[in-house]
Write a protein that binds this ligand. Structure first.
Ligand code: GDP
Length: 296
């Protein structure tokens, strides 16, 4: 909902500035006010917004800029750069290496696209020559194992799960053990994502992470969530030390502004985006095109 406003608001603010005959302090202040409002409406954390505002004020010193310099352009570039900075947590995410075992655990709320994204991620690496495998540790949702099984079968990826066992930790450990023996170099653990009993979910994630010791925990978020992104991401971060984010459903109307909050909450980068329901609808995340889309 709010994501369209984010881009729209900033574009509007910049357009207003384009229409102004003279770029003076007042125009800059109004413009920053508009941008801040748009970002806040888009549920970006208030501290990030105020940091961005003061950074731009610092960068764009109108008085110091010589006459003839395109000040509008400088302000636009500063806004663009600040949004890029918000998406850069300053440290890269863990990257699996072919031939060396990595365990990657996926977390996120039900409906975020987690199970679909697990298979996409597996397939992406399979194409690069990895030997991925999938473990279904979601014992909560009836049908979760069938869904993973179907996806995995289509992509010809080995899978592990159980219709009988109700302990997700046991399944996760057994699955990881099985595929370790089978020389998989990328074991992907899908987890439960129920909406209710969130405290129990977070505790379950903690236990699965403790038992499987993943090299990377990926937080999957629906690209259309706004304010909820920060709290969700932070809750998962506290339970399972999230190291990367994947934003799904960016093929729809959502611009994905919630990703800014997820990056801030987890201090982890976005690594991929989901762009459709098909197994190959996954793209490596790139900051600049994403920010252009936000502003567009
Ligand atoms: P989970 O409950 O988090 O495991 O979510 P699922 O993987 O079952 O996905 C929920 C729904 O979102 C399914 O209908 C998926 O096909 C759909 N979905 C997942 N990723 C994307 C995406 O990138 N784009 C679109 N359009 N749909 C997606």
């Amino acid at each position: 909902m709010v994501l369209a406003q984010l881009g729209g608001g900033i574009s509007r603010a910049l357009a207003q500035m384009r229409d102004a005959t003279v770029i003076d302090e007042k125009v800059l202040t109004d413009c920053l006010h508009e941008i801040a409002r748009a970002l806040l409406q888009a549920d970006v954390h208030i501290k990030m917004v105020s940091d961005m505002r003061s950074n731009i004020r610092r960068i764009v010193n109108l008085e110091a800029l010589a006459a003839g310099i395109n000040k509008r352009r400088i302000i636009q570039q500063a806004v663009f750069a600040e949004l890029c900075k918000m998406l850069d947590p300053g440290k890269p995410s863990f990257v699996p290496t072919k031939g060396k075992l990595s365990v990657v655990m996926f977390v996120g709320l039900q409906g975020s696209g987690k199970t679909t994204t697990c298979t996409k991620y597996a397939r992406y690496h399979q194409r690069k020559g990895f030997k991925p495998s999938l473990v279904c540790a979601d014992t909560f949702r009836a049908g979760a194992f069938d869904q993973l099984k179907q996806n995995a079968t289509k992509a010809n990826i080995p899978y592990y799960g159980s219709y009988m066992e109700s302990d997700p930790v046991k399944i996760a450990v057994e699955g990881v053990e099985r595929f370790r023996k089978e020389n998989s170099d990328l074991i992907i653990v899908d987890t439960s994502g129920r909406h209710k009993q969130e405290a129990a979910l977070i505790e379950e994630m903690r236990q699965v992470a403790e038992a499987t010791k993943p090299d990377l925990v990926i937080f999957v978020m629906d690209g259309s969530i706004g304010q909820a992104a920060f709290d969700q991401a932070q809750a998962f971060k506290q339970s399972a030390s999230v190291g990367a984010v994947i934003v799904t459903k960016l093929d729809g109307h959502a611009k994905g502004g919630g990703a800014l909050s997820a990056v801030a909450a987890t201090k982890s980068p976005v690594i991929f985006i989901g762009t459709g329901e098909h197994i190959d609808d996954i793209e490596v995340f790139e900051v600049k095109p994403f920010v252009s889309r936000l502003l567009g």
